[in-house]
Design a protein around this ligand. Structure first.
Ligand code: FES
Length: 151
């Protein structure tokens, strides 16, 4: 009685060429060690290379108690000389927050996609479907009259 299944044999056009398949325990462990080292180095490089200036404005361009959209960032100055920045990517469904307005005595940022409204002083949701606040930039620095968003 013959079996319905047979071991597949490498063909001449296979990637292994002569059909030699070999992966010893030693080479498997060596490969795993290299992959781990590469992953750690990659993570370190990503962490080091991840921060850069992504938006910049003159401090005088950001109104005290207000905010302005610069590139993909909302730069706010809730109090004199205190700056903060948020991504314009809406936390609700990744729409682009594209409007700054005054509403009930506060400066708000508005996402047109579904109407979420955020307080630019805190990033918190004021109204709309978003449940999450706007995402803060990693850092905001003031140098020689310019406010820089670092992310
Ligand atoms: S994506 Fe901004 S409110 Fe929905």
């Amino acid at each position: 009685m013959s079996s319905q299944f047979s071991n597949p044999q490498p063909t001449s056009d296979s990637a292994a060429g002569a059909g030699q398949f070999s992966c010893s325990r030693r080479s498997l462990l060596r490969g795993a060690a290299l992959a781990t080292a590469a992953t750690a180095a990659g993570a370190l490089l990503a962490a080091c290379a991840g921060e850069e200036t992504v938006a910049k404005a003159a401090t005088t361009d950001i109104p005290v108690g207000g905010a302005k959209i610069i590139d993909n960032w909302i730069i706010a100055q809730p109090e004199k000389d205190k700056f903060t920045a948020y991504s314009t990517e809406c936390p609700h469904a990744r729409g682009r927050i594209d409007k700054i307005a005054e509403q009930d005595g506060m400066t708000v940022a508005i996402c047109p996609k579904h109407g979420s409204v955020f307080d630019t002083a805190t990033g918190d949701v004021v109204d709309g479907p978003s449940r999450d606040p706007m995402a803060l930039a990693r850092d905001v620095q003031v140098n020689e009259g310019a406010v820089e968003v670092i992310n």
